[in-house]
Write a protein of this length. Sequence first.
Length: 462
Amino acid sequence: MGTERGALVILKSLTWVWREPEDPILASRLRAERFAFVARYTPWLLLANVGNALAMLVAYWETPQFWRAFGWAAAVAVLSAYIYVARLLRAARATGSAKSTAGRRVCVNAILLGGCWAALPLFFFRDASHGEQLLIVCLSAGMMSGGIFVLAALPLAALLFSGPIAGASFVTLVSSGEKHDLLMATVLIFYTLVLLRGALVHAHQLLARVMAQVETEEKARARVRKLQATGLHAIGGMASTLVHEVNQPLTAATAYLHSTLALLRAPPERRIAEPVETLEKALQEVSRAGQIVSHLRDFILKGEPDLRFLRLHPLIEKASREAGPTACQAGATIDLRLAAEHDLVLGDQVQLNQVLANLIRNALDAVSERPERKVFLSTATNGEGEIETEVSDTGPGVSPSIGAELFSPFMTTKELGMGVGLAISRSIVEAHHGRIWAEPRPGGGARFCFSLPLVEEEAEAG
């Protein structure tokens, strides 16, 4: 019962091992590995066939069965030579074989050679002397184990080679009726099953190794594709960043220039402001655009801001004044509540102004279509030696479904937005050793907060 169960397990495993994977790349690699292993040891197996056939022929020298042994040995030698020469010719043509033909050819060669060695115990064992019987058993067992080893990568071929030898040897030993022959038959069956089991293990290991290699190569290709995509993504991100940040001062400069042109066209007595004033403001905005480009370039190349001692409250007031025209167009008000006792930080003025401008602009966009259009800027100190700046609004708030991705590049809820403002703000704040976050505002709306480490007042004087 145990032997039958073992044979069923082997047959079931053979169907799984022989069936090629559905992935064409994996199937092609596995096929190449299998046939490379078989081709590497096939010449040695063929040489063993010829050598063992000669040993059998020498054992029957000057006996009545010599010519019968000669015919059998000649069949083994001719078949081995044919397989070897055909292999050399295919290699010389360098054409290779179709995937189905190659497997079929190996199986045919295996069963032909296995049949030749199966004939050895069937036709020579009964009439042989005790020494000759021992030689026949040794040659059959040796060829069976050698064939299974060489064909281990192709378990079906290994079974087709060893099956006839094991079957013929078992039938011959059992039919003799001798006690020691029956014992050898039992040992032979277990021996064959162990060898086939080893072939299956080798085939499974080969499949696992090829799968691991293909997976590793695919991961490497994926990393290369990701690096390429990341490079393009980074270039696009830098371009979007420049467009996003420079757009505001250039838009303001354009508005001031239009105002200047209108003032120059109006009679002097009807001018509500001097053209020189609006030109100076336009120049300031153009200068600010240049500073943004310069600081962004340094930030991208160095990865660090240009840190200086600065007061955060005046910077917030300046950002509020710059956003005043936009607030007027939206019909919104900006309420300052700067309650922090200390506001000295170590930061990059241009970059922190970018953060404030982004947050204020987003808040004004959020309230532009709301009944209540208010934006609040406030500061407070926390117990961790930081100053927290909050930009809150009475807008619709932030959906929880996008809260986690809010600061990711190119994430936007605006129809014409590029989704880089908050991502830039996060990069700047984190480069200042701070943190930035968003949360719902009590009573409706959203709160965007960022914290920065405070600096001791004595440090500025030092």
